[in-house]
Design a protein around this ligand. Structure first.
Ligand SMILES: C[S@@+](CC[C@H](N)C(=O)[O-])C[C@H]1O[C@@H](n2cnc3c(N)ncnc32)[C@H](O)[C@@H]1O
Length: 183
């Protein structure tokens, strides 16, 4: 199944548009977990042609390719040949595991048992994928244990700031901007 753009997608999209205002159109951008391609499409339609979409789900790669978006099937960064990006965007699976949920839906919603595992794995791998002064825009929820994510980010050497948030039923969504301290 492909993730149907929802409140989280729209919050990240709105934040992304603001972030990209007045930025150089030659930035290289990676949309991790691109799904329907909503974030990658936003970048491309704003003139950021060096945008690459990545997803683990083959169905998503098919849709992205049909939309003429440059897409690679990869488990996080495992198959990514370009080594460094100016911007990495990720609206990840960010919920704790619910064993009653079907497996295909878990791929798009579930971060792991606790709700942060894939996010921390992503932040670890991304340390070697950012250009100097590169940024990450990452969305997660009050249900993803934000304190644990931010504590791990700090030990990985990231600076971070909250740039958007939105309350929705049962949770609050956050978009954080991350950069590496020494960049
Ligand atoms: C919450 S959806 C977000 C989709 C889209 N970016 C959006 O904003 O609507 C999470 C996406 O991450 C993908 N995904 C899950 N695990 C992944 C992994 N290990 N590597 C790459 N993509 C993954 C899922 O297939 C899904 O498309």
């Amino acid at each position: 199944m492909i993730y149907e753009p929802s409140e989280d997608s729209f919050l990240l999209q709105k934040t992304l548009k603001k972030f990209l205002k007045n930025k150089n159109k030659s930035l290289s951008i990676l949309d991790m977990g691109s799904g329907s391609g909503i974030q990658a499409q936003t970048c491309i339609s704003l003139g950021f042609k060096k945008t690459l979409a990545v997803d683990k789900n083959p169905e998503s790669i098919k849709i992205l390719t049909e939309k003429k978006i440059n897409a690679v099937r990869s488990n996080l960064f495992s198959k990514i040949k370009i080594k460094k990006f100016n911007l990495i965007i990720f609206n990840p699976p960010y919920l704790p595991e619910d064993p009653r949920e079907p497996k295909d839906s878990q791929l798009v919603t579930t971060a792991g048992k606790e709700g942060y595992e894939i996010i921390i794995k992503f932040l670890k791998q991304a340390t070697s994928q950012l250009k100097s002064e590169g940024k990450i825009l990452l969305l997660f929820s009050s249900l993803s244990h934000p304190k644990i994510i931010l504590k791990n980010a700090k030990s990985l050497g990231y600076n971070y700031q909250l740039i958007s948030k939105e309350k929705i039923p049962f949770e609050e969504l956050y978009v954080y901007e991350f950069s590496l301290k020494n960049s």
